[in-house]
Design a protein around this ligand. Structure first.
Ligand code: BES
Ligand code: ZN
Length: 952
């Protein structure tokens, strides 16, 4: 390609190198750089927007004279928007890449066949962290038979936009077909996005390396130059160079494998269907695999290091079951010939839905029936069910732009529970959704610095921060609310129509809502837009006045300081309520409109109580007048099972959150807990545990704490006695046993500590765990209530462990340690990325910040390493908000508020400004909570009325 060296390239460092083609790349180039252009004479009609006729620079500078984005020489970059221009559309990529695992670099050639949609003299495309060493642009004539090379006058680079602009000598005309060839080099490093290096250690102590990719959201541009936007779908052809002892995997099956030099092979894969760049993936590793087949003939394989391959069987069985189920559920068969699932030792997220080549962190894929717990198994099922749901929703039909990310993630999160239920109905998946998604989302969506689910993004960094509880959990909860409201069959009919209409293409949130028109009378777009365009959620208040119940709504917003920007929000609320009568329960569904209030009649003589959000399908809270709360509590105490477990959990979550905002008195909330003496279900208990832990975390150092310990010990004693420590009962019972024991340890209940420590000692001495499903709690007992010996033992076991879920349990337990030295060591190791990997840093920080001995150390660590943290996770931005949130979550004084504020004012906040504001808001809430509630809590726990009877 020496003929295309451009000596006029203005950017230092980008001057194309003389063609000293020292790398092997020259030798294998011919294998793929072949004639792949086809005759393209179809007239491509596009709607010409006025602004497309402007030059790129003019367009970006319409509103300002100072350019926002500069190139690397300090001049204005010729394009001034984070979205690519629409003038060039890619059709097909041919990528040839050589990850040189042992040299820590990669090089490659990408040839992009594209069509010029609008006349332009620039080709703007993405690239980040790459060096472009050669470029060539060819234009094909109308017949498609002859091509001419066009000179690239200059290449400029914008680091901020992560783009290259190739300036052409001559204008490219509309409908021209061009062939853009870029030769590039990059570093193959241990990071978590783009094309990166990972490693693992075999039981024999050998360190093995692999090269892998993580492209969502903006990582593809770190591996090869491309048009890295989700609606620029194209077909991908890949050839990878690998050495003999490795295998290579891609989205599609292998087509040919040729040895072109001793021990060096080039593997060429089948061409993909039309797909987005963020879903492209490849892996070069030395793994083993297990394989099976779905009823439709899709070949499913799970890949893992050979010493862990026996832990892959469960994932294989699960994936096949779920694929068979989704083929039926979506009414469209999975379109690719194969689906691989690969375990990656360094992985930022939990798993990634690359089309046909799903990648997972080890704990999300590997399961060892001997050593993993039921919770570990549940995680594997959910991860597989989630990523497979994306193969339709996300991969086949893709969001047009990242502002609709919620639809992708919210939908997959919703569907993953159906998939999980199919694999194992005993998991009670649908109940879990209420807690894991709905309550989780409502807990973060109640502050002023929340954000609407459809978000604007103005910086590539911000895309990453959208992968949060709002997109995932609020998204899933809203979809569930809609599906329940319009009826499930109609919902699935709408989904199928949507998938069929937009397959291999892109859609917006609005396009989905419009699909329901043919199936329901409900004005879905209007109803749903009140939930997607406004942040937060309502609290519905039901007030009984004689024979009528009055229903009104307002935004539920915690915290009282300052004016609230969003307190006037109103929603269309699908509202199901129940009336408890002397002779049974009656329920009804209605819709509350934003601008009108509702009254409905009740018979005064018959009604005992009313309950809103009956069935817990609605994303909102419900409040009542004190008299009704009392009636509900009475009902719970007398016969709690008239309500479903979800409704009981909802009553608890609502009363405690409303009490935090002083909308209900704290004593009413605490009074409700008394019914728990008879509660035997997981869901309400787990809500109660987190509400009581919230109180504990705020008054741990106060005198009243001893009384709270006593109360909670008595409260949990019946259920603990019933469940014992043996591994008996259903999955929810096992979860409840573990949760109740962990709660006892957190609260310092002497009997639980004693038992836990005894079991820890047995494990230390004999290596036996009395109940594998209580492993986390037994480890926790040793870490929290043991000394140096116990913590060091855990540390040693952590370093030796080869079952990923075991390793992770040991690490989580270590975060409970009572030893300051161990905490420091954990943090420093996680910074080093050796014994503890960077992928686990945010979890370690999160876990340590609920350890009273860890909180200050975590905050000091975050301050000291902030610049590094930003560097480590700059392409896995979703981890930064988590780190900001957990490292500041326990602060509750004015001084701490000021310290956090000052610190973040003095550093680079890389697109996390809203998360910082949210953290400050939460600290302020903690300050306020103490002011209002400390004496109430004191009084309640101190009162002789609230001493529970000795039940056991
Ligand atoms: N698409 C995401 C993975 C992802 C997350 C990519 C953040 C880029 C940034 C994937 O579908 C996902 O949601 N994974 C979950 C798995 C979980 C639901 C089991 C995750 O990573 O937590
Ligand atoms: Zn997802």
């Amino acid at each position: 390609m020496s003929d295309i060296s451009n000596d006029d390239a203005p950017v230092k460092g980008l001057r194309m190198k003389d063609s000293e083609q020292s790398h092997d790349i020259q030798r294998y180039r011919h294998v793929v750089v072949t004639a792949f252009f086809v005759l393209l004479v179809t007239f491509i009609a596009v709607f010409v927007r006025d602004d497309l006729l402007l030059s790129p620079l003019q367009k970006g500078r319409r509103s300002t004279d100072t350019p926002k984005y500069l190139d690397t020489t300090g001049k204005a970059f010729p394009w001034q928007s984070i979205r690519l221009p629409m003038s060039v559309r890619p059709l097909e990529y041919h990528v040839l890449i050589y990850p040189q695992i042992h040299r820590g670099e990669f090089d490659g050639i990408v040839e992009i066949r594209a069509v010029i949609e609008e006349q332009t003299s620039f080709i703007v495309l993405h690239g980040s962290g790459l060096e472009i060493v050669d470029t060539k642009v060819m234009v094909w004539d109308g017949s498609g038979l002859t091509s001419t090379v066009r000179q690239v006058k200059a290449i400029s680079v914008s680091r901020k936009l992560q783009m290259y602009a190739l300036e052409m000598e001559e204008t490219l005309r509309r409908s021209n077909n061009v062939n853009i060839t870029l030769k590039f080099e990059g570093k193959l490093e241990k990071k978590l996005s783009g094309l990166y290096l990972s490693n693992y250690t075999t039981p024999e102590g050998d360190v093995k390396y692999l090269a892998t990719t993580q492209f969502e959201a903006t990582g593809a541009r770190e591996a090869f130059p491309c048009f890295d936007e989700p609606d620029m779908k194209a077909k991908f052809n890949l050839s990878i160079v690998r050495s003999r002892n490795y295998i290579a995997l891609f989205n599609m099956p292998l087509q040919t494998s040729k040895e072109f030099k001793k021990d060096l092979f080039v593997d060429t894969f089948q061409q993909t269907v039309d797909m987005s760049t963020y879903l492209v993936a490849f892996v070069v590793c030395d793994y083993d695999s297990v394989t099976g087949i779905t009823s439709q003939g899709t070949q499913v394989s799970v890949y893992a290091p050979s010493h862990q391959i026996s832990q892959a069987t469960f994932a294989l069985e699960t994936a096949i079951k779920v694929l068979n189920f989704y083929n039926r559920l979506f009414g469209i068969n999975y379109p690719l010939p194969k689906q691989d699932l690969v375990a990656i030792p360094d992985f930022a997220a939990g798993a990634m839905e690359n089309w046909g080549l799903i990648t997972f962190r080890l704990t999300a894929l590997l399961y060892d029936p001997e050593r993993s717990t039921d919770t570990d198994k549940e995680y594997v099922i959910h991860a597989i069910a989630h990523e497979l749901a994306h193969q339709w929703f996300g991969n086949l039909v893709t969001l047009k732009w990242w502002n609709d990310l919620w639809l992708n993630e919210g939908f997959a999160t919703f569907v993953e529970y159906f998939g999980a239920n199919e694999v194992d109905p005993t998991l009670l998946s649908m109940d879990r959704l209420v807690q894991n998604e709905m309550f989780r989302a409502m807990a973060t969506d109640c502050i002023d610095n929340s954000h609407p689910i459809t978000a604007e993004v103005s910086d590539p960094n911000e895309i990453g921060t959208l992968f949060d509880a709002i997109s995932y959990s609020k998204g899933a909860s809203l979809i569930r609310m809609l599906s329940n409201f319009i009826a499930e069959e109609k919902f699935w009919s709408g989904i199928k129509t949507y998938l069929n209409k937009y397959m291999y293409s892109n859609a917006r949130t609005q396009d989905l809502w419009n699909m329901f028109k043919d199936f329901t009378q409900v004005d879905v777009p209007t109803l749903m837009s009140t939930w997607t365009k406004q942040m937060g959620y309502p609290v519905v208040t039901m007030t009984r006045q004689g024979d009528s119940v009055h229903v009104s709504q307002e935004r539920f917003l915690l915290g009282r300081d300052g004016p609230k920007s969003s307190s006037s929000y109103k929603w269309y609320i699908p509202f199901r309520y129940a009336v408890g009568k002397t002779n049974g329960i009656a329920d009804k569904l209605l819709i509350i409109h934003p601008d009108s209030e509702v009254n409905f009649p009740v018979d005064q003589n018959e009604v005992k109580w009313v309950k809103g959000n009956y069935g817990m399908y609605g994303y909102y809270r419900v409040n009542y007048e004190e008299r009704n709360w009392r009636a509900l509590i009475k009902q719970l105490i007398e016969e709690h099972t008239v309500f479903s477990a979800a409704d009981r959990a909802g009553l608890l979550d609502d009363v405690f959150y409303l009490a935090r905002d002083d909308k209900v008195s704290q004593t009413t909330a605490l009074d409700m807990t008394k019914y728990l003496l008879n509660e035997e279900d997981y869901l309400p208990w787990s809500v109660a545990f987190s509400c009581l832990e919230f109180i504990r975390d705020r008054i741990r150092n106060k005198d009243v704490y001893g009384k709270i310990q006593k109360y909670t010990e008595k409260l949990t004693s019946p259920i603990l006695t019933k469940l014992g420590w043996d591994d008996t009962g259903s999955h929810p019972e096992k979860s409840l046993r573990a949760a109740a024991i962990s709660f006892g340890l957190v609260f310092g209940h002497p009997a639980t500590i004693k038992k836990g420590k005894k079991n820890f000692d047995i494990w230390m001495q004999t290596g036996k765990i009395v109940n594998i499903n209580l492993k986390a709690e037994i480890y926790q007992s040793g870490a929290q209530y043991g000394g140096e010996v116990e913590s060091n033992f855990l540390l040693k076991k952590y370093m030796e462990a080869h079952v990923p879920s075991e390793k992770s349990a040991l690490l989580m337990a270590l975060c409970y340690t009572s030893q300051t030295q161990v905490i420091k060591r954990l943090l420093e190791s996680a910074a080093e990325d050796k014994v503890i990997r960077h992928q686990d840093l945010s979890t370690v920080i999160g876990q340590l910040s609920s350890n009273p001995k860890g909180q200050q150390l975590v905050w000091q660590f975050v301050k000291k390493h902030w610049d590094n943290i930003v560097k480590w996770f700059s392409s896995s931005m979703f981890l930064l908000p988590q780190i900001i949130r957990s490292s500041t979550s326990f602060f509750s004084t004015k001084e701490q508020y000021i310290e956090v504020q000052n610190f973040f004012a003095s550093v680079d906040t890389v697109g996390c400004e809203r998360d910082i504001k949210a953290s400050l808001e939460r600290i302020q809430m903690n300050i306020n909570w103490l002011k209002v509630n400390e004496h109430i809590v004191n009084g309640w726990f101190g009162s002789s009325d609230n001493i529970l009877p000795n039940r056991v």
